[in-house]
Design a binder for this molecule. Structure first.
Ligand code: XLS
Ligand code: NI
Ligand code: NI
Length: 439
């Protein structure tokens, strides 16, 4: 195979003074941060769909992006060329993982059997590329939203035939993910939601979704798939109201249907902001509930209300995200998947490299700042002190479950001196800036 990204060398670390657009300024894979290297902490991944199938089209205009690997009349040849290009790209960036949907890597056939056959052929081809390559699969998933059959959803479709088709697609995608050694399998509820309650049986849809996920858990066990199963919350888009709205809704769903032992969440920054939360709010909530599994590393635009899927360059956000991830003891089997697309105007292949470099550098800055913050415990100490009234006296009795309303009333009737202290938000924000800026 001839080189696709001609003239682009393996990207290396040159340090913050570098002006080389094709070098890392902060991401130094082998640099030790505590007892792990940056590479081990960050576990980056390339999203095949955005980076290798994105065309830049939007509701107002057609494609602005043509890729050199898209020039094949035969869709199977094209799929192979795309995967070959992806491996060169991922290797040149020194990224350890990639993520895929079944339909990004292989074309849909005229029948389900044909689709399965195509997917298997590309999976076998990919397996060949993986031999002797350090590139691995972070997660696989099934695209249950693009084809018109999924117009009313997949696992929440009112049409049982569609449900069955979706189940067959998940079965095959899971098998392929396993064959490629995927470390996780993701369920993002593409069109699992509703447009209007006037035509929707939400209770049945929700029960059916749970049945679907139980079948997936059973099948994963049956074939010995050891990867972590993940649900990716998103509040809206494409449907008006997506069922997996945010981490809190997903937790309630998992607990209601006894799926909480089998699933964790894959948190996407832009989905958090669409839900009216910060990225670190969603990571934090997942962490304290033991379900922080993986991350779709992107960012939205504060002025736009949709999933812009931009590359993450905001170091303030990456620092707060890495703070949660470090407190979680890392992402374990998960990683930081760039579910991000270059802007429509950034149509060159060079832009693809620069976008990933920008995202990797932003997370490297975030990692270092967050690590130092945790090492000095400046924020941790403030928080501990703020809640210290629960370490002794009446507070400890509350925490230990020793008192009820009667005992608390008695305590309060004695009118102990109530003395609140400042929350010091501005000082804490300034401290955070100090850690980011000394990078
Ligand atoms: C779309 C989602 C999607 C999932 C994978 O908004 O982010 O890309 O990550 O199906
Ligand atoms: Ni995503
Ligand atoms: Ni998204």
């Amino acid at each position: 195979m001839s080189e696709v990204f001609m003239g682009i060398p393996k990207i290396s670390y040159e340090g913050r003074q570098s002006r080389n657009p094709l070098a890392f300024k902060y991401y130094n894979p082998s640099e030790m941060i505590g007892d792990k290297s940056m590479e081990e902490h960050l576990r980056f991944s390339v999203a095949i769909w955005h980076t290798f199938t994105g065309t830049g089209s939007d509701p107002f205009g057609s494609a602005t992006i043509t890729r050199s690997w898209d020039n094949y009349p035969d869709p199977i040849d094209q799929a192979k060329a795309r995967m070959t290009a992806a491996f060169e790209f991922i290797t040149k960036l020194g990224i350890p993982y990639f993520c895929f949907h079944d339909r990004d890597i292989a074309p849909e056939g005229k029948t389900l059997a044909e689709s399965h056959k195509y997917l298997q052929e590309i999976a076998d081809y990919t397996k060949g590329l993986m031999k002797g390559s350090p590139v691995k699969v972070l997660w696989g998933t099934a695209n249950l939203f693009s084809h018109p059959r999924y117009v009313h959803g997949a696992a929440t479709s009112p049409n049982a035939d569609v449900y069955a088709h979706a189940a067959a697609q998940v079965k095959k995608a899971m098998e392929v993910t396993q064959q490629l050694g995927g470390e996780n399998y993701v369920f993002w509820g593409g069109r699992e939601g509703y447009e209007t309650l006037l035509n929707t049986n939400m209770e049945l849809e929700s029960d059916n979704m749970a049945r679907f996920l139980h079948m997936a858990v059973d099948y994963a066990r049956e074939i010995g798939f050891k990867g972590q199963l993940l649900i990716e919350p998103k509040p809206k888009e494409p449907t008006k109201h997506q069922y997996d709205f945010d981490v809190a809704s997903v937790l309630a769903f998992l607990r209601k249907y006894s799926l909480d032992k089998d699933f964790k969440v894959n948190i996407e920054a832009n989905h958090a902001t669409l839900a009216g939360h910060t990225f670190n709010h969603e990571l934090h909530l997942a962490r304290i509930n033991g379900v922080l599994g993986s991350v779709d590393a992107n960012q939205g635009d504060e002025l736009l209300g949709w999933d812009t899927d931009q590359f993450p360059t905001n170091v303030y956000t990456t620092t707060l995200a890495m703070y949660e991830i470090l407190k979680n003891g890392g992402l374990h089997r998960g990683g930081l998947n760039f579910d991000a697309k270059v802007r429509r105007g950034s149509f060159s292949e060079l832009d693809l490299f620069q976008a990933h470099i920008a995202g990797m550098d932003a997370f490297a800055v975030g990692l270092k700042a967050a690590f130092s913050l945790l090492e000095t415990r400046e924020l941790e100490e403030v928080i501990e002190l703020r809640y210290s009234s629960y370490s002794s006296g009446i507070g400890k009795d509350i925490v230990d479950g020793k008192v009820g309303l009667r005992a608390l009333e008695q305590y309060a009737l004695a009118e102990p001196l109530i003395k609140n202290t400042s929350g010091q938000q501005e000082r804490l924000e300034a401290i955070l800036n100090q850690y980011i800026l000394r990078g």
